[in-house]
Write a protein that binds this ligand. Structure first.
Ligand code: CA
Length: 232
């Protein structure tokens, strides 16, 4: 899994060119063709970064960003501007845009800006883009380094907790039964452990990961079956 990027751009050639270049770098990319569509995708998919054209039919880029921030999204936003007066507005409005590029721009320049924004927003984990990184909202799971972060905050997990999280998060929406999870963590646990041990680990995980462990947003209980990681 890699960083996800949403492009909101009505010019087909620009959108496709940027999308292709980003995909070559290993990013997962969605394109929205209007401000309304962009806002909808951004709300549904919670992308890690948004590339936002200023001049769009209907709702313009400024309005998209204003509404996006009002939903609580902190994803970094890179504005694409066509004219100097738009640049003035991007800087002057203090809307919470993180960077901008003036058209026409080079793809290499775009790529280096995006990498810098991801690094600033998510720390050095974003260097491993295209590697073994799982992201969901502000939760980042680095499978190779066995590290977990929420935003800037590192979360310390036991080996067992990490493995349960890894299995669940690797396949969002896939329901794991308690016997299945128990089987997965056998290496760490005494063989006579029963399935209740999974409940205890999940409860610890939730206390560490969730804003409200009683109303989890990441690790969901599937009643009568087991647990699943939330889908985007
Ligand atoms: Ca445009």
């Amino acid at each position: 899994m890699s960083a996800t990027i949403l492009i909101v751009e009505d010019e087909y050639a620009v959108a496709r060119g940027v999308q292709y270049a980003l995909q070559q770098e290993g990013y997962a990319v969605t394109v929205a063709r209007s401000g309304e569509e962009g806002l909808e995708f951004a709300t549904q998919q919670a992308p890690d970064l948004v590339i936002l054209d200023v001049r769009l039919p209907g709702m313009d880029g400024f309005e998209v960003l204003r509404r996006l921030r009002s939903t609580g999204s902190k994803a970094p936003v890179l504005f694409l501007t066509a004219r100097d007066d738009e640049v003035d507005k991007v800087i002057g409005l203090e809307l919470g845009a993180d960077d901008y590029l003036t058209k026409p721009f080079g793809l290499r320049e775009l790529m280096s800006r995006i990498k810098a924004l991801l690094r600033r927003a998510y720390g050095d984990l974003s260097d491993a883009v295209g590697g073994r990184i799982i992201r969901h909202r502000d939760l980042v799971i680095d499978l190779e380094r066995r590290r977990v972060q929420r935003g800037d905050r590192r979360i310390a997990l036991t080996a067992t907790e990490f493995d349960i999280l890894r299995h669940l998060a690797s396949r969002p929406g896939r329901v794991y039964t308690r016997p299945e999870l128990l089987e997965l963590i056998r290496d760490y646990e005494a063989l006579d452990q029963d399935e209740k041990t999974i409940n205890v680990h999940v409860s610890h995980l939730r206390e560490k990961l969730e804003d409200d462990p009683a109303d989890p947003a990441f690790i969901l209980t599937i009643r009568g079956v087991g647990y699943a990681f939330a889908e985007r």
